[in-house]
Every structure is written in C-alpha cells, then in structure tokens.
Design a protein around this ligand. Sequence first.
Ligand code: PA5
Length: 469
Amino acid sequence: MRIILDFGGMVTDAVGPRHGLTMKQINAMGGAFKAAHQNIAQRRRAGGLPFYALPHDQKGLKEILDTADRVVKRCEDFVVLGIGGSALGGIALFQALAHPHHNLLPKAKRKGRPRIFFADNIDPEGFSALLELVHPDKTIFNVISKSGGTAETMSQFLVVRNKLVRRLGRKKHAARIIATTDPERGYLRSIAGEEGYETLPIHPGVGGRFSVLSPVGLLPAAVAGIDIAELLAGARNADQACKKENLWKNPAAMNAVLQVLACTLKKKPISVMMPYSDALRDVADWYRQIWAESLGKRLNVNGRVVHIGPTPIKALGATDQHSQLQLYMEGPFDKVVTFLTTGKFRKTVKIPAGFNKMDGVGYLGGHTLNDLMQAEQQATEFALTQARRIHTTISLPEINPFTVGQLLFMLEVQVLYAGGLFEINPLDQPGVEAGKEFTYGMMGRKGFEDRAGLIASKRRGKRPYRIMV
Ligand code: PA5
C-alpha cells in the first residue's frame, strides 16, 4: 500500500514556462538537496533528530497501549488538554481514523470506548461548556505539555484539577489525570510527581509539532480505538522512501524542493493544502502548523536576517470550491496547491435516480457521491492546470492507519528538507516564545514584569485609530 506524490502539475509541460518548473531547475537543486540530505542523515545518526526513532519505539508503543487499555476501562470521556503541537496531531489522527461522529455514537457502537474531546483553546465559553458536558467521576483528563509551562494548558489544568479535588478529594483526584510531558524537566513533571499522576514521556528532543507519533498523538488515538501499531508501521515504511539519496525517488525531498522553488524562484509564497476528504481535513490543519512554525523564520542558520517562510493555507474539497477556489483560479499567481486524495472511500453512497426529465438534476442519478467527489477533485486539478496554477497531488490508495502514518511521516520529513533548503532551523520557534513571554508578563508571572511594562506603555495615551459602530 503506497501513497503517491504526483507533481505533473508543477512543470512547464503542464502550466507553461512562466509558472512551471523545468527539469533543469529541479535538478539544479541537486546540490542543495544533497547538502540537506547529508546534514539530516548526520544529525539523525548522532541522535539529534529523535522524532525519526518514534516509529521504531516498541517499548513506548506497549506502554501507550497498556495505558489506553486501562483508560478505556476507567472512563466514559477522555479529554485532552493541550495546544499547538500538543493537540493538532491527536486531532488529525482522530478525524482521519475514528468514526466521523465517534462522540455521537452510542457506547456499544463505539465498542465501549470513551468519547474523545480536545480542548485546544482557552475560550471560557467553549471550555466551560465542555466541562459541563463531561462528568468528573467518569472522565480522564490527559494534560499534554512538553514544556510543562504553557499558560493555556496549565490554566486549563488548574481549572480541571480544582474541580476534581473539590469533588473527589486531593488523593483520589490523581486517578483522573494523566500527564504527558518531558520525562524530567518542567513544572508539569514536578506537579505530576507531587500529586501522583500517571505520566507518559515526550522525548526531550522531540518538539511539539513533530510529536504526533509519540504519546502526544498516540495515546488519544489508541483510546479512540485506532490501530497505532499500524500507524507506526506506515511511518516506518515512509521512512524507507524519505531517506533515499536520489531526489527523484524521495517524495519528501522532492516535495520540499518543489515547494521551495515555488516560493523562491516562482514567487509563490502561499502554500495551500486541500484534502478532498473530510477525514483528512485536520491533516491540513496539522500541516499548517508544522509548516508555519518550522519554516517562518527571521534568521537563517548563519544568523542573517531573511524573514522567510511560505504561508500555509488550509482548504477542503469540495466545500471550498464554493469559497476559495475563485481566488485560486483567477487571483494573483502567488499559490501552490497540494491536493490530498483517496482512491477509495470507506463508504459508498449511491445517488438514486430522480427528476430524469430535468437535465440539470437527472444526470446525477446512478452515480455515487464517491464518483462526484473524485470528479470534482480531478476537474479542479484540470481547471487549475488550464489557468496555469501550479499544484501537486498526494494520493492515498485508501485512508487507514498505515497510509496516514506514511503521510504524516513524509510531511514531517518534508519540513526538515524544506528547512535545509531555506537554510533555516526548522526545529525552533522563537516567535512563539516571544508571544508566550508577553502573555506571562500580562498575567503577572514573576520574571516577566518588563514585558508587562512594555505593553502597558504602548497602550497608554489616546487611541485615534478606533471607530465605533
Ligand atoms: O510545536 C510546538 O513546539 C508548539 O506548537 C507547542 O506544541 C505549543 O506551543 C505547546 O507547547 P507545550 O507542549 O510545551 O505546552
């Protein structure tokens, strides 16, 4: 079972010389690819890129499966508290591989598995509504924070802990919380030790957005009943192709090269991911974060100011044909589109015949929604080609744990290659840290008073740029 990267829509033959790439231009990236490849291989060998080891971690897999088994027996609801890389991978897996309406199914149809919720924001309305929905005695809360100090997650945790302690008492509440965090460092690790929470480790060298195949994404997935062993097998399989030295045989590297050339040589700084599948919708969301946070950088690896990074956009086919496609077709030539497709949906829905005498309706009868979805995707691809808009397509033969494992792993490696080609560090996120620090200042965290002062001074004075309705 193999996923395929088709980049026929990126080349001059398809879209002409102004927007398309020539073989020569692609091959001219051979030297940069080789350097990036060697650098990644070296760092990997030296243990500097531990996310590569996640698909091989059988001990970790067993620990997660055992934990999930216990969780399933002990709760009706499973709530993830986490944000950014600590939530998006789990959400993508749940959307791709669980029943589309898992939480609305009766328990028997969920095979006894709990409902799964991801609280990845701190909106007081959304969060309190969720807490009203789940019963503290019958819920397990999985607090996920690599650093153990993210304000959003730790605030959610404090709210939940308070509620649990008031209801169950200090000792008993501990059984309702599982902390997924750094094995040694950080406030959450210390709290878990003090309170006696069960914990799962995130390897210190695995950043949030590369953690989907660690307990961060795998525990919620396993609790939902997703075959995480297959997911890891798919990732291991993708690793074989994505470490090849030949650019033309390495899909992660080739797609990175194409994306980088689209951005730099062809001046298309916007990268759209458009799955034609509801199941893959949140893969685009996950990808948006890993792409944006990894590649949007002020400095390159030599310390030069570059302000680089393509802007990722997510879209959904066919829905967004009626929303964004007009812009992609006729707006500025500033985008490269990546379609995600599946050769086989897990369900087939026939469109019954009806109103045969009406030309505009009757033709639909006898087809399936599957045919229609496929036709819409191919038609959009063709229309973009006609309009000279560059695009690639990643096709999954079907959506299952193995192919999703392949896809996510390939996209992670693609990000590493793109970082190498842009000559930036894809593994840090200084911009996110800066925002976090201003929040700490405003919320009164010790050591960040200067940030609060700075914001207050900017806010003082008249505000001439405001108009009321
Ligand atoms: O990918 C990243 O590094 C970030 O998006 C983090 O996951 C996010 O900021 C949450 O951090 P933490 O897991 O430390 O709470």
